[in-house]
Design a protein around this ligand. Structure first.
Ligand SMILES: NC(=O)c1ccc[n+]([C@@H]2O[C@H](COP(=O)([O-])OP(=O)(O)OC[C@H]3O[C@@H](n4cnc5c(N)ncnc54)[C@H](O)[C@@H]3O)[C@@H](O)[C@H]2O)c1
Length: 438
């Protein structure tokens, strides 16, 4: 079923990646891209840089790299910008984050030190544990949005960028539910003028991006652009958006393992997950209101993958518990434990234990890079609104209204690759073996 493909504008000129939050994930991304450009390291973990895509029949032996198949911006054409509530430059912030070794950071120190964060839009109530000084002031939330819109335009012209994308890699905000102010563009804009307390800082950034025609990806679980006001605005302004919450660590493992257990029709009694984490993200998530946002995001995956309503004998009423404990000695090196109680033939019980000694930002940085490059591609391909084909990268994928999210990582990857094939007018791959039939 080959389509004719879509017109994709070439990736000419510079791509500006605007990072909201210059913390562990962002500085690991910026330092990593610089190290890769210089040949110091390889882009491990990045599908856009290392992944391949099969085209046509298996016998055709056409398996190009994704970056050679679709026109993605080259790493040499990327310029980074950022906002943060702390004024530390990216070198200082990376040193504080303690993810990468000093030796590596020293090799790219000039590029990192030249990245200084612009003053942030911040509201204490949304992240109680942090107290920064690099913060914008304005009488109304609309004024703050306008200041961001000016920052975006200034960054673009000062850096000679052809295109921009924005990625939220700032702290997780407190839990919010959709209310009236989020339901239409008109209500939202009125709320910006009226300083409605239900409009979070992350929503102001997303609004500024969409108004500026800049694709917006949300790496945290905040509601942010997952509200009708902003999805409608993105559709109307023809801007791609996606989120939420980078799928790293424990949830990555869950969405790899759970589809496998289900594929063998093995039952689940319970899945207990706990983490210790000692970075700033861990400190923010130590606040119950911020943790609730993360908990909702992490809890949603199993229910959707296992479909207890379709398989009640296997999954009805399974217990799913997720905990995160702030434990400073571990820094960014999170440890995640899973205790999985499953059952097989005749109901006999079994257990699986996972102890994942992971590095949070090492897993997240390549996702942020891929998202920036794919969102830029989507915009050049004329795609707008929620980009479900990028669900692969998220714990709580944003979907079109009324649809449930796809969490199975293997289906997500197939959807992503088939979207790329479709863009280029290649046959979609169904894995159907027609050779068995006459
Ligand atoms: N690292 C991972 O594996 C991972 C996975 C999924 C999601 N995330 C999410 O990504 C985000 C970033 O993670 P991190 O480890 O880099 O955290 P971090 O605490 O190191 O960095 C976040 C930065 O955002 C800044 N910030 C907070 N509010 C801001 C605002 N309104 N505007 C601008 N800057 C603001 C903070 O000052 C901080 O420097 C978090 O929300 C985290 O939950 C991370």
């Amino acid at each position: 079923m080959a389509s004719r493909g879509v017109d994709i504008a070439p990736a000419e000129g510079k791509l500006g990646i605007l990072l909201v939050g210059l913390g562990a994930v962002s500085t690991t991304l910026v330092a990593g891209v610089e190290a890769i450009k210089r040949g110091i390291s390889k882009p491990i973990g990045s599908l856009t840089q290392m992944g391949t895509i099969r085209l046509g029949k298996r016998t055709d032996a056409r398996v190009p790299k994704i970056k050679d198949f679709v026109p993605l911006a080259s790493l040499d054409d990327i310029v980074f910008g950022a906002w943060d509530i702390f004024s530390d430059n990216a070198f200082e912030a990376a040193m504080n984050a303690g993810v990468l070794e000093k030796d590596l950071l020293n090799q790219v120190s000039e590029q990192l030190a030249s990245l200084k964060p612009m003053p942030a839009v911040f509201e204490q109530n949304y992240v109680k544990r942090l107290h920064g000084e690099n913060i914008k002031t304005g009488k109304t939330k609309m004024e703050l949005a306008e200041q961001l819109i000016e920052d975006i335009a200034r960054f673009k012209s000062e850096n000679g960028c052809d295109r921009l994308v924005m990625v939220w890699a700032a702290s997780t905000e407190i839990f919010l539910e959709e209310t009236d102010v989020h339901r239409s563009v008109e209500a939202f804009e009125k709320g910006l003028y009226d300083n409605d307390p239900a409009i979070a800082p992350s929503m102001i950034y997303a609004y500024a991006a969409i108004k500026s025609g800049v694709p917006f990806a949300n790496g945290a679980p905040n509601l942010t652009a997952d509200i009708p006001a902003l999805t409608k605005l993105a559709e109307a302004n023809r801007v791609p958006i996606c989120g939420k919450d980078f799928k790293t660590g424990q949830t990555l493992m869950k969405t790899i393992l759970a589809p496998g257990l289900k594929s063998r029709m093995l039952g689940l009694e319970g899945w207990y997950s706990t983490n210790i984490l000692g970075n700033r993200d861990g400190e923010v998530l130590d606040d119950p209101e911020n943790f609730k946002t993360k908990e909702e995001s992490k809890l949603s995956v199993l229910e959707h993958i296992l479909q207890p309503d379709v398989y009640p004998d296997l999954y009805d009423g399974f217990s799913h518990v997720v905990r995160i404990n702030y434990y400073p000695p571990r820094g960014d090196n999170k440890e995640g434990w899973d205790a999985i109680d499953l059952f097989g033939w005749l109901g006999y019980t079994m257990q699986i234990k996972i102890d994942f000694l992971c590095r949070d930002s090492i897993l997240a940085a390549p996702l942020a890079l891929d998202l920036a490059l794919f969102m830029d591609l989507a915009q050049r391909a004329g795609m707008k609104g929620v980009q479900e084909w990028l669900s692969f990268y998220f714990k709580a994928p944003q979907t079109a209204p009324g649809l449930y999210p796809e969490h199975d990582i293997f289906i997500q990857l197939m959807k992503l690759k088939n979207t790329l094939r479709h863009m280029k007018g290649e046959d979609l791959i169904t894995h159907l073996g027609l050779e068995y039939y006459d």
